[in-house]
Design a protein around this ligand. Structure first.
Ligand code: TRH
Length: 363
């Protein structure tokens, strides 16, 4: 089987991050994958070692299209080139081509209702084809979550101190140090978080990811002289600004920390698999549709009052002060969610089963 996966980078790292992860999951099952992407530059750090079964191709207007594969994944409604769609339709007359639109992850009920729905094409270059909507999700009636085999075993074998030392974060074994990762957009309460960490009572080392989170922390420190004074006085908070990490090391970061602040969708799922307390910064939408989406996730994971209060404030849904950190260190949102979601068939296996279904075959 050859799979074509199409990805357009809108902004941030999530579009490519999800697509690359899907491709590596497929390749691990022996599938040949072509990843078509309009801007592959982030793969240089996200996947520096590449993968011999994943053929990364530039998706440009001038692309000369090869024979389409057996399965074509259009990630997040990225609109395939009409020339390629025409080739798919032509091939489909003699050899089944399965066309799937992989949707964004959400815990909202519509994911269950829309998962697997067909959309036959009656006119235009794709006439005769059927596009299917595939919704990742948190319940058995959705397409599940990306979770590669062996993930839990790798985490068990992970040596946190060795990793922190290798990355230069830990120079000598630090007793009673709490590690916190920060991957976020620009939360308005970020200065309040930094101030809480700086006031202790425990010593905290903050690992700030490259890009927007680093810029946000530097801006907050720059404008918070009183807060800076606190850092200097008590030495409770130290900060490392990380370089861009490979996806593999991004997981290691989440495994190494006692508390993870994550954002977007792929890192949310990885934070759940990491099983550590986490706070999610949801990708903001203009019409505030993300408010419903956030609450749907919290309901699905049966979040504690602590987790709910943190998520509301961190995401700007509440004007109140940032809740106290103390209750968050023990929060079991990820642990409970992981125990439950690990029972689900993972997204890659569900995709493969979906493609093999007779109803899809007949399309
Ligand atoms: O970067 P994001 O904010 O992506 C977002 C969301 O996906 C959002 O839904 C989408 O609409 C928007 O982009 C366009 O967060 P996300 O989804 O967690 O993706 C980050 C990816 O980057 C993830 O695969 C982890 C990876 N990553 C690394 O590999 N190394 C790093 O150093 C960092 C910081 C991230």
């Amino acid at each position: 089987m050859v799979w074509d996966v199409f990805c357009k980078v809108i902004d941030n790292y999530g579009d490519l991050g999800v697509c690359w992860r899907l491709c590596t999951n497929l390749a691990a099952q022996g599938t040949q994958v072509r990843l078509w992407v309009d801007d592959a530059s982030a793969l240089a750090w996200m996947a520096p070692e590449a993968h011999e079964q994943i053929d990364v191709r530039v998706w440009a207007t001038s692309t000369v299209w090869p024979e389409p594969g057996d399965v074509v994944i259009e990630a997040f409604g990225c609109d395939l080139s009409l020339e390629f769609v025409a080739r798919m339709a032509k091939r489909h007359r003699t050899h089944r081509v399965t066309w799937i639109n992989l949707e964004y992850l959400t815990a909202e009920p519509y994911a269950e209702h829309c998962h697997g729905l067909p959309s036959p094409v009656f006119q235009g270059p794709g006439m005769g084809l059927t596009k299917h909507f595939f919704y990742p999700g948190f319940t058995p009636r959705t397409g599940g979550l990306l979770r590669e085999p062996g993930l839990a075993a790798r985490q068990i074998q992970f040596d946190r101190d060795a990793w922190l030392t290798k990355t230069g974060v830990m120079t000598s074994p630090a007793q009673h140090m709490r590690y916190v990762s920060l991957f976020c957009y620009e939360p308005s309460v970020l200065p309040a978080l930094l101030a809480q960490l700086a006031h202790g009572p425990a010593r905290t080392h903050l690992l700030v990811t490259a890009g927007r989170a680093t810029e946000a922390v530097k801006a907050a420190i720059h404008t918070q002289n009183t807060f800076l004074g606190n850092i200097d006085k008590h030495e409770q908070l130290s900060i490392s600004y990380l370089p861009t990490l490979s996806q593999l090391d991004f997981d290691h970061l989440l495994w190494a920390c006692d508390l993870n602040f994550v954002r977007g969708e792929d890192s949310l799922v990885r934070a759940i698999w990491a099983g550590k307390p986490f706070v999610w910064h949801i990708y903001p939408q203009d019409d505030d549709a993300h408010h419903v989406k956030l609450h749907a996730l919290l309901d699905t994971l049966d979040a504690s009052p602590t987790a709910r209060a943190w998520h509301r404030t961190w995401n700007g849904l509440s004007d109140g002060a940032l809740p106290a950190l103390e209750a968050l260190w023990q929060d079991s949102l990820a642990l409970v969610g992981r125990a439950h979601l690990q029972q689900q068939t993972d997204l890659c296996a569900q995709l493969q089963a979906f493609v093999a279904k007779p109803t899809v075959k007949a399309s």
